[in-house]
Design a protein around this ligand. Structure first.
Ligand code: GUN
Length: 297
């Protein structure tokens, strides 16, 4: 029997807890505020940002949204960040990635006040995560940890294979799994585009986390019986559908299902957790900046 993991149900439980923290903060006069900034005309990025804003609305977080012409100079984005850094009603700032080629991602992420960096991408927050003292855990890897905990999939002593070495998922995911304590204590292998004999590595996994951004690159033949599969990929592929595309993961769901003890679907697996953990980080940011204590799970 393969468990199809219901990411929406797990995210809903976390969101309910975050909503009650947002209420506590608001009653203390601190309505949590999240600013999203989009400097792109990519359809997927537009969709993600609007989903983040909808989540704010639903749970009582004040959403602020800014769009910057992708052809504008980088200074337009820098100035927006500077304004948001000093705006007391904004506790969290999220600049949607990727950015246009002429805008340095490093310069942008370093410019965000680390206390407002709810993505956890500022070098100070990356350093804290690696040191085992995270302020804001990056949303998608944190969401994966929440899925594993909710499903009772132990990481302690497990051989976990992460496929993908991005700054957004692969690297922070590996770091979280390496930490001492709950959700950590794993033996972590990070695979990437230059990995030799990928299938040999993935077959050795107790838990496989696919975050390469390559549609259906991992199939059942690359998995061992009983593996837990967490598919972080959200890839748009051309399809004879209303929108002209459909969403598929990095894992070939049908063949992987035959091998896995548990697997996340796409959509409806990891995606909802990314948004829930962004709300979580925003509530945490408001708490840290105001000194009003909340009980985040
Ligand atoms: N683009 C894809 N995922 C993310 C994310 O988690 N945060 C930001 N800022 N951009 C992204």
């Amino acid at each position: 029997m393969t468990t199809i993991i219901d990411g929406n149900a797990i995210a809903d439980r976390i969101t309910a807890d975050v909503e009650s923290c947002a209420t506590t903060l608001s009653e203390a006069g601190v309505k949590p505020g999240l600013a999203t900034v989009l400097m792109s005309d990519d359809g997927a990025s537009e969709t993600y940002v609007s989903m983040k804003q909808e989540a704010c609305e639903e749970i009582g977080i004040e959403g602020f949204h800014y769009e910057i012409d992708p052809d504008a100079p980088a200074t337009a984005l820098f100035e927006r960040i500077d304004d948001l850094n000093t705006d007391p009603s904004v506790h969290g700032i999220l600049v949607q990635l990727p950015l246009p080629d002429h805008v340095s991602k490093e310069a942008v992420l370093s410019r965000i006040d680390p206390m407002k960096d709810v993505d956890g991408f500022h070098p100070e927050n990356v350093g804290r995560l690696v040191a085992g003292n995270a302020r804001y855990k990056p949303c998608t890897p944190h969401g994966v940890q929440k899925i594993l905990a909710a499903e009772g999939i132990a990481t302690e002593g497990a051989d976990v294979v992460v496929v993908g070495r991005s700054d957004i998922v692969g690297k922070p995911m590996a770091n979280l799994l390496l930490q001492y304590g709950e959700g950590g204590n794993a033996t972590v292998t990070v695979c990437h585009s230059r990995t030799a004999d990928l299938a040999a590595k993935t077959r050795a996994a107790d838990i496989l986390i696919a975050a390469a951004g390559v549609p259906e690159m991992i199939d059942g033949s690359m998995l061992s019986e009983g593996v837990a599969v967490i598919d972080v990929g959200i890839n748009r592929v051309e399809a004879d559908a209303e929108k002209g595309y459909e969403l598929v993961g990095d894992v070939d769901f049908e063949s992987a299902k035959g091998k896995a003890s548990a697997i996340t679907p796409v959509p409806g697996g990891v995606g909802p957790l990314t948004i829930a953990m962004l709300m979580y980080n925003t509530a945490k940011a408001a708490s840290l900046q105001s000194g009003v204590d909340v009980d985040l799970p």
